[in-house]
Ligand binder design. Structure first.
Ligand SMILES: *Cc1c(COP(=O)(O)O)cnc(C)c1O
Length: 466
């Protein structure tokens, strides 16, 4: 008989931050005050905060030590060169353009490469990425495989690009109107689903033939590399660091939010190989972000990210990080909660459409479910459905994506297994009360990225539970 041998987190806790449970009455008042939008809650009103894994990671003692070594010179800070070395070593891009966070890099890239009337394919949209492409005069086209839109499909690499869809777009508009493809690794809005190395190679070969650049959204590329190691033939014996480099070597550049994989609270970058694109990006970065050797980051932030990159590719770290997400996902599956399968890298996604079949899509079931989970337990999550998808720029109608999800996003190195148990129990509790839940209607709808600041009213009475 083989005895069970558990693994545990490859760190111990040196500093703690107290958190406080609120009363149900306090939470009912807080969510009403926040217009039923979890983004508008105060963090102090949240018990376990799973809004996002963005910038919420715990830094290591080595990263904090690096903060004290910040070289805050305006130009040519030593920490910039440390970051450049880390990016060159682990991601392999020759030219590093630093940015205050991921969307800063997306903005610069979009303005440099997209011309009015261009089309930019991508394996499912990401909110800020698509908006920057649209603001630069481009039109986004989704070329992800169909299975990505099916929460129940168990396909191992649900983030893959559908080559037939990519070819159809290029045949339709001509390769000269497709400056690049964005390949998200992993695909956030599909549920943290990875792209296989085989698919990435095929995309790269096709794009090279047609003069189309391959740009990775490398925000969670380390998590993607881990899934390749675990699931793709021939990679089990390779380190995550080596797989990451192999992925990046198939691309021409990447935009990066250091706030995810890289274990820092702020920062990002654009990495490219082409010296001309790099030059144009450096010309623009001084307009929008800061000098090309800091791009909106303090020296100490660049040092923390340089060190975070090294820690992020450690095999023990990434196994524990994704292992915690899987632990929560498996607890929910065991309890009969419909979630996106397979379990993704950074979050567990509740299938709100399946959980709340009585609420129509235009009553925003995922937004309502996030509010209900907060009232029930103090846990903060995020809507990833029609509210996040926004309106179609040409028709002005709501976009109703196939997936109507609530995201429970796990910050890195922050919560313990006991917190995950509380989360799973709370979701089960809400599931039992689903018949009492009310739908939502907009009372304020912002023009851009509406999910961040939108406000809602419940209909059929006051309060998310009848
Ligand atoms: C967070 C994120 C971005 C944007 O990065 P910010 O640092 O938040 O500006 C881009 N793409 C993906 C997939 C992300 O998750």
């Amino acid at each position: 008989m083989t005895r069970r041998r558990s693994w545990a987190e490859p760190w111990k806790i040196k500093v703690v931050e107290p958190i406080r449970m609120t009363t149900r009455g306090e939470r009912e008042a807080a969510i009403r005050e926040a217009g039923y939008n979890t983004f508008l809650l105060r963090a102090e009103e949240c018990y376990i905060d799973l809004l996002t894994d963005s910038g919420t990671s715990a830094m290591s003692d080595r990263q904090w030590a690096g903060m004290m070594l910040g070289d805050e010179s305006y130009a040519g800070s030593r920490n910039f060169y440390a970051l450049q070395d880390a990016v060159r070593t682990y991601y392999g891009y020759e030219h590093l353009i630093p940015a205050h966070q991921g969307r800063g890099a997306e903005h610069i890239l979009s303005q440099v490469v997209i011309k009015d009337g261009d089309f930019i394919p991508g394996n499912m949209y990401f909110t800020t990425t698509r908006l920057h492409q649209e603001l630069a005069g481009g039109t986004f086209r989704d070329v992800i495989i169909d299975e990505a839109h099916d929460p129940a499909s168990e396909k191992a690499f649900k983030g893959d690009v559908d080559l037939a869809k990519l070819r159809a777009l290029v045949d339709e508009v001509g390769a000269e109107r497709v400056p690049y493809i964005t390949v998200g690794v992993t695909v956030n809005l599909a549920g943290g689903q990875p792209v296989s190395m085989a698919n990435l190679s095929e995309v790269a070969a096709y794009c090279r033939e047609h003069g189309i650049l391959v740009i990775l959204d490398a925000t969670r590329a380390v998590e993607n590399a881990y899934f390749i190691q675990q699931r793709e033939d021939g990679y089990a014996q390779k380190s995550v660091a080596r797989i990451l480099r192999e992925m990046c070597d198939l691309s021409d550049g990447a935009t990066m939010s250091g706030k995810k994989d890289s274990l820092v609270n702020i920062g990002g970058w654009l990495g490219v190989r082409d010296p001309q694109i790099a030059e144009r990006a450096r010309n623009l970065v001084v307009v929008y972000e800061g000098l090309h050797t800091y791009g909106g980051m303090a020296g100490r932030d660049m040092e923390a990210m340089a060190r975070g990159i090294v820690e992020s590719v450690d095999d023990d770290h990434i196994r524990a990080r994704i292992g915690q997400v899987e632990y929560l996902g498996n607890a929910l599956i065991a309890g009969g909660v419909p979630i996106v399968r397979p379990i993704g890298g950074h979050a567990v996604f509740l299938d709100a459409a399946a959980m709340l079949p009585n609420l129509p899509r235009d009553a925003f079931p995922a937004q309502a479910l996030a509010a209900a989970l907060y009232v029930e337990s103090g846990i903060r999550s995020m809507e990833r459905g029609a509210v996040s998808a926004g309106r179609d720029p040409t028709t002005g109608e709501h976009r109703f994506p196939a997936l109507e999800l609530v995201r429970l996003t796990i910050p890195r190195r922050v919560y313990t297994q006991a917190h995950m148990d509380v989360v799973a129990e709370s979701v089960l509790e809400v599931l039992e009360q689903r018949d009492r839940m009310r739908g939502l209607a907009f009372s304020y709808e912002p023009e851009h990225l509406r999910f961040f600041q939108a406000r809602f009213e419940t209909f059929g009475g006051d309060g998310i539970f009848a």
